[in-house]
Ligand binder design. Structure first.
Ligand SMILES: [Zn+2]
Ligand SMILES: [Zn+2]
Length: 238
């Protein structure tokens, strides 16, 4: 299986990541990727960039170091209605929007609260991907969330960093497996993200690859294997 894209990468703008956009693009090129999304944290994350970071992305070229770079954001879900911390006006300028649950930005809810939160976020047409949905502290009804993903087309991310033994999101491996077994049973398309906070992690997904192999996940449902299929899915031109 060949992976052509990484939809989740951070730059120094995130406040706790260590590479520039150009370094990430060069690392992606060296790994043979065709596309990355720059998805820095958004203002509610401590140390996250000012809103001007997102407004100014229009000055960036479409291709950097031979790699297509999508202008994006990893937004914070900030309430149990699935609201995120970027205004509609900014969201509509983003080519790719991830929405994630992060402890500094929203308290761990009940299963019912977390389920409703994710389903409502997925109903927002500006949100393309739910980031790292395997954080066991934000437990949710797997069947309901996966059904919503399949129905809305909002993708669930297999986050490679969550599967590492050093992950800050505990209990991930068991919960993540359950989520993606359910995705497989309803034949939902999914996407892998490195969640790179340093350039050498860009496009490097060994843990996610191992899990998908164990599950015998069909290649055509893993959107990292075709840039065209991924862009079609999120409604962008190749
Ligand atoms: Zn981060
Ligand atoms: Zn995150």
């Amino acid at each position: 299986m060949e992976y052509k894209l990484d939809i989740h990468t951070h730059t120094v703008s995130s406040g706790h990541a260590y590479s520039s956009l150009e370094e990430n693009a060069r690392a992606a090129c060296a790994r043979g990727l065709e596309l990355i999304a720059m998805t820095d944290h958004t203002p509610a994350m401590p140390g996250g960039p000012h809103i001007f970071h997102f407004y100014n992305m229009r000055i960036l070229p479409r291709m950097i170091a031979g790699v297509r770079v999508l202008k994006g954001a990893e937004t914070n879900i900030i309430d149990y209605n699935g609201s995120v911390d970027l205004d509609e006006e900014v969201l509509e300028q983003m080519e790719l929007v991830i929405a994630s649950l992060h402890p500094p930005c929203i308290a761990f809810g009940t299963v019912g609260e977390n389920t409703r939160t994710l389903v409502r976020a997925m109903d927002n047409p500006r949100i393309h991907i739910i980031g790292h949905p395997g954080d066991a502290r934000y437990n949710f009804d797997v069947k309901e969330v996966v059904a919503a993903s399949k129905a809305t087309g909002t993708l669930l991310e297999i986050n490679n960093s969550s599967l590492k033994p050093t992950s800050s999101r505990p209990g991930g491996d068991v919960f993540i497996r359950r989520i993606f077994e359910e995705c497989l049973s309803v034949e939902a398309p999914i996407v892998i993200g490195s969640d790179a906070h340093f350039s050498d992690a860009v496009g490097n997904f060994p843990e996610a690859h191992r899990l998908l192999k164990e599950l015998a996940y069909p290649e055509e449902l893993i959107l990292n294997t075709s840039t065209k299929r991924f862009l079609d899915h999120i409604g962008l031109e190749a």
